[in-house]
Structures are given as C-alpha cells and as structure tokens.
Design a protein around this ligand. Structure first.
Ligand code: IMP
Length: 181
C-alpha cells in the first residue's frame, strides 16, 4: 500500500511502473550509445529521481553531468522564461549528449536548453523525458526517449513539484489544486 501524503486526485503512475519503464529506457539508451561514451545530463531539480534510475540502468560506459535551470512565473504552467543557475562542468564539443528531463509540456524549457547546447557543437543531442504532455506543446520538440505520455493535467511526485513540494513522492499523482485553496 502506498501512503499518499499530498493533495492528489489520484495516483497516475506507480513506483513499480516507473521502475519498469526506467529499466527499459536505460536498456534502449545502452544499445543506442554503445561505444560512444555519451554524456548523460541531469536537468535539476525535477529530473533528479528519474535520472538516478536511468543512469543505473545504462550498461555502457558514460559520463554524468548536471545543470540547474529555473523558470520564472506561474506555479502550474510554463512561463517560457528560463535561466541557467548551474552550468555543466564538461565541455560538450564533439560529445554525444542525452538530456534527462522531468516533463516536456509546452517544450519551451527544453527548446531553450537545446538551443544553448547546439552553440557548443556537440556531436548529437537527444532528450529523454520522464513525462511527455504533447497536447500542450507550443514548440516543435519531439523527445526521442519518453517514459510516459500524459494528459494535460498537473502532476507531482518522483521529482515533480508544486511550489517545491511533493518531489519526494516515489510515484506520480495528479495534483488537486482545489485542496490548496
Ligand atoms: P515546458 O517549458 O512547458 O515544457 O515545461 C517544463 C517545466 O515546467 C518542467 O521541467 C516542469 O518543471 C514544469 N512542469 C510542466 N508541467 C508540469 C507538471 O504537470 N507538474 C510539475 N511541473 C510541471
């Protein structure tokens, strides 16, 4: 039995479903990047739990690095304005990069990061996202690796927050904003 300690409408994706999918994605990435020494980049803070599960399931040699992005504005939708709080330690010119994100919603955040990365001339950049919300997209972003496709609902848990809360839930739930009013 999972203990729900957040205002949720329902549990959307269980801990076991997440673990199974992270294993599958790790195996897929291992196969695609064999012999390429990819740099696996964690986009903090939302993707931290997913990232740690993904890299544990990558069986080919890889390097790890971290970035922290912050977006300005509203709590439950993207403002599209992003700034870099922490940049990579590694130079990425000529490297194969896999960006690990928590969720691609409008796509504005990941587009900003991809545009920034491309100026540094990597050999390739692909996106691995825990969640994809394609119904809300305003950009032409198509992540190569997708954990789960979700409806246009605000979700929390397993790294995802509402007002910096609920990131530590081991599962993903649909947030009930009415309970916070
Ligand atoms: P985008 O720029 O619209 O693609 O949104 C990306 C960022 O908005 C994510 O990295 C999250 O931080 C946040 N976000 C979007 N949808 C959700 C959600 O349902 N729950 C929690 N955070 C979200």
């Amino acid at each position: 039995m999972q203990t729900v300690s957040a205002p949720l409408k329902k549990v959307l994706i269980t801990k076991d479903e997440i673990a199974k999918r992270a294993k599958e994605l790790g195996e897929e990435i291992s196969k695609d990047y064999e012999g390429k020494l990819p740099l696996i980049v964690c986009i903090l803070r939302g993707s931290v739990l997913f990232y740690s599960d993904i890299v544990r399931n990558i069986k080919t040699p890889c390097n790890l690095d971290f970035m922290c992005m912050a977006s300005y504005g509203a709590k439950t939708h993207s403002s599209g304005k992003v700034r870099t709080l922490l940049d990579l330690r590694e130079a990425i010119e000529g490297r194969h990069i896999v960006l690990v994100e928590d969720i691609v919603d409008t796509g504005l955040t990941i587009k900003h990061i991809l545009d920034m990365f491309r100026t540094r001339k990597p050999a390739s950049v692909e996106v691995c996202t825990l969640l994809d919300k394609p119904s809300n997209r305003t950009t032409d972003i198509t992540p190569k690796y997708v954990g789960f496709t979700v409806q246009n609902e605000f979700v929390v848990g397993y790294g995802l927050d509402y007002n910096e809360l609920y990131r530590n839930l081991p599962f993903i739930g649909v947030f009930n904003e009415d309970e916070t009013k």
